[in-house]
Design a protein around this ligand. Structure first.
Ligand code: 13P
Length: 256
């Protein structure tokens, strides 16, 4: 099955709205005519409005890095799916390992966020991944299958729409240590298999699975050469126009 490649830039807690402006203007002039690849930029909440305005009318889409599962109410410091929609967000990253690691997010919470995001019409990018300790203890598959079962609990396949999955091995995030394309592809195949069992093999075949963890212009080609890798969730290399534009250009060239 042909799956459209998707490259997303997760800026994490980087760039003020003013700083975002310069970067996004450069990105629009470099990759604003991308056709075959889905490209998403996920700035911090405070730059969503600015970035959204600058990419309006281009094929580049806007995404957020997190949201709360409730629609509204007394949840100081939180942001709802509708608020993101109102700013023009089409995507939202859910369950990133940094949220799990530093802010106590659990599969149960991500499960609620997934439901809220889908109900609001946002396209979720659901993150899963194992730590170095877990990989060394050879429990990667168990950890991933628990995360997937937890996050997708009580969903029917019809409700899932165009969910995107991101496999981000925690040991490869911001460390410069990338999973080898073969290592990543093996896990992607495993994830597709688990989700095929949980839902339907047909749905799992159509599911796009991004790889994340030290993706750079130098390694993107070999990652995308793997049939089970359908794009990338890029951290550090999305903070500069040059590297991010090069990553997108390779995806565009390798589009399926
Ligand atoms: P790096 O590309 O900086 O390793 O970050 C990956 C990531 O966490 C993207 O969500």
């Amino acid at each position: 099955m042909k799956r459209k490649l998707i490259i997303a830039g997760n800026w994490k807690m980087n760039k003020t709205a003013l700083e975002a402006e310069g970067l996004v203007k450069d990105l629009v002039s470099n990759i604003g005519s991308v056709q075959k690849t889905d490209v998403v930029i996920c700035p911090p909440f405070t730059a969503l409005e600015t970035v959204g305005r600058l990419i309006d009318g281009t094929p580049i889409a806007l995404g957020a890095q997190n949201m709360h599962w409730e629609e509204k109410g007394a949840f100081t410091g939180e942001i709802s799916a509708d608020m993101l929609k109102a700013l023009g967000c089409r995507y939202v990253i859910l369950g990133h390992s940094e949220r799990r690691q530093y802010f106590g997010e659990t599969d149960e919470g991500v499960n609620k966020k997934l439901r809220a995001a889908l109900e609001a019409g946002l396209q979720p990018i659901v993150c899963v991944g194992e730590t170095l300790k877990e990989r060394e203890a050879r429990v990667t598959e168990k950890v991933l299958s628990d995360q997937l079962k937890g996050v997708f609990r009580n969903f029917a396949v019809e409700e899932l729409g165009d969910v995107i999955l991101a496999y981000e091995p925690v040991w490869a995030i911001g460390t410069g240590r990338t999973a080898s394309p073969q290592q990543a592809a093996q896990v992607h195949r495993f994830i597709r298999g688990i989700l095929g069992d949980l839902f339907t093999p047909h749905w799992a075949q159509g599911l796009r699975i991004q790889y994340g963890g030290s993706v750079k212009p130098e390694n993107i080609r070999n990652l995308l050469a793997e049939v089970n890798i359908d794009g990338a969730l890029v951290g550090g290399a999305s903070l500069d126009n040059g590297p991010f534009a090069r990553i997108v250009a390779v995806a565009e060239e390798m589009s399926r």
